[in-house]
Design a protein around this ligand. Structure first.
Ligand SMILES: [Zn+2]
Length: 508
């Protein structure tokens, strides 16, 4: 079924391009890669179409004795810039906040389980910006050197059949870990009961060191090895303890503020795995109803937009959450999307190419089942039905062929349309009417010729302008300029439209 879907749809895409351009281009589609591409495109469009909205925060710096700390509005925020300015002015006029109440809370934080491949990939991405494929390769090298267990596993469990005690003892001979191992032996008094995670894998336990002493690891391999060893040791350690203090304060006008502190009381497993230790924030000793002096007050404007994540790691996590692909194949399938030219890395970021967008659109339009993860569920149901004798292999295959046959027939009727689309994406064909901004095929003509992407950006932008005008208390032209300057928060298509509109109005 996988093969039938993959080969037929891939061929269909290639034929369309070849018919229009006369060129051979390798394109592909598949049960796991196509939904992943569609998801990448969905995120990419949201990133490009993001329109930020300003929000305002007030920071109050307080001083008790010689210690300074910050408090922030609690449960409210100024609505407009005007309001933020007015509140900071009031706080400067009556420069104190009154303590209303103080609460302490102790938290116990249990160690995380030993790594499965997905967890290792996301930690290595968070700490070292390694791609999932890079981490997988490094881990596989370590496995081939017999330094760690098999890394392609979904398990977060360390079964007792692994000889914990002997592994830990061997790790003591590695200088970097000898002190930690001694500490662990004292702490556990030899009772080794690791934390077990929820996720399981029938074939392999969680990733753990074997105890074999590494020799001359290069820095990248050493980083992955270190994460695995530390996470393994941490699994046997005790919970960490933190204390959180939350102070609620009010100003003269009864507005509520909060100051929050966090203190590590017992490092517990963070001694072994320090990469998740929280940053401490100190708050001085305060008493109820005490007035605390304000030494500084200011407001900040933050432009907020809903930009989804798009990276190899976030796509891998999405695949995990949708349960498509396996530990062993996910990272490789993401690499295929790059190899086909659907995705590219530029300046450390993942971008979707025009080809990626068009292939995704063609698949969604003409092979909608292949764009969705439900196809995987259906395959699983078929396999179950075959296993339990409710149907036969032949019947399932015949039905798949029939279904594909009908889709391909429909596709052939649309071949020119699809071929045109893909040929334009590949730069082999010029559109008839071009977008004034990007030269893609235009779909709208007012207030200027726009492709479908810039049209969508234009619509979102015009819906947001009145909000920015109100919040910032500025003219429409100034709102446009402000959005165009928010490179970090606004999507590129939105910035381009905002700049183009500025240009048009300056020509008038
Ligand atoms: Zn355009």
């Amino acid at each position: 079924m996988d093969w039938l879907w993959g080969i037929n749809v891939s061929r269909a895409l290639m034929d369309a391009v070849r018919k229009i351009t006369g060129k051979r281009t390798i394109l592909s589609a598949g049960r796991v890669q196509s939904p992943t591409l569609v998801e990448a495109v969905r995120r990419w469009r949201e990133i490009k179409l993001a329109v930020p909205i300003p929000s305002f925060n007030i920071t109050v710096t307080l001083r008790k004795d010689t210690m300074e700390f910050n408090a922030y509005p609690d449960g409210w925020a100024p609505n407009t810039r005007k309001e933020a300015i007015q509140i900071t002015k009031q706080l400067r006029e009556t420069p104190w906040l009154r303590v209303e109440n103080i609460t302490w809370k102790s938290n116990t934080i249990r160690p995380p389980p030993a790594f499965n491949l997905g967890d290792l990939q996301s930690e290595a991405a968070r700490l070292y910006r390694f791609s999932p494929m890079k981490t997988q390769k490094l881990a596989e090298d370590l496995y081939l050197e017999a330094l760690i267990s098999y890394p392609r596993t979904n398990s977060q469990k360390l079964p007792p059949t692994i000889n914990y005690a002997s592994i830990i003892k061997s790790l003591a001979s590695i200088p970097t870990y000898s002190k930690l191992v001694q500490q662990l032996e004292v702490e556990t008094r030899g009772v080794l009961r690791p934390v077990q995670g929820r996720k399981d894998d029938p074939a392999h336990p969680a990733i753990h060191p074997t105890g074999v002493k590494p020799r001359n690891l290069d820095p990248d391999h050493a980083k992955i090895y270190d994460l695995i060893v530390r996470r393994f040791l941490a699994a046997f350690s005790k919970p960490a303890q933190i204390e959180r203090v939350s102070v609620k304060l009010t100003d003269r006008h009864g507005r509520m503020y909060a100051a929050k502190g966090i203190r590590v009381v017992d490092d517990g497993w963070w001694k072994y795995y320090p990469y998740l230790r929280p940053k401490e924030v100190y708050i001085p000793k305060l008493t109820q109803h005490e007035k605390v002096k304000i030494v500084k007050v200011g407001y900040s404007t933050k432009w907020v937009s809903k930009k989804p994540q798009l990276s190899k790691t976030s796509l891998l996590k999405w695949m995990e959450s949708q349960q498509i692909g396996t530990e062993a194949t996910r990272a490789r399938i993401i690499e295929i999307l790059y190899k086909r030219g659907y995705l590219e890395s530029r300046g450390g970021k993942t971008i979707v190419t025009d080809l990626g967008m068009y292939v995704s659109e063609v698949i969604e339009e003409l092979f909608p089942d292949l764009a969705k993860v439900e196809l995987t569920r259906r395959f699983e149901e078929y396999i179950d039905a075959i296993r339990t004798g409710k149907t036969t292999r032949k019947r399932v295959i015949d039905e798949t062929i029939r279904e594909l046959d009908a889709l391909i027939r429909k596709y052939k009727e649309r071949l020119d349309h699809v071929g045109n689309k893909l040929a334009i994406a590949l730069g082999a064909l010029e559109p008839q009417v071009k977008c004034a901004i990007c030269g893609r095929e235009a779909v709208a003509h007012r207030p200027f010729t726009m492709c479908k992407y810039h049209k969508e950006a234009y619509e979102r932008l015009t819906n947001t302008i009145p909000i920015v005008v109100e919040k910032m208390n500025v003219s429409e032209g100034e709102a446009l300029r402000l959005i165009a300057s928010r490179r970090g928060e606004a999507g590129l298509w939105v910035i381009e439209v905002a700049k183009h509109l500025q240009l048009l109005s300056s020509e008038e």
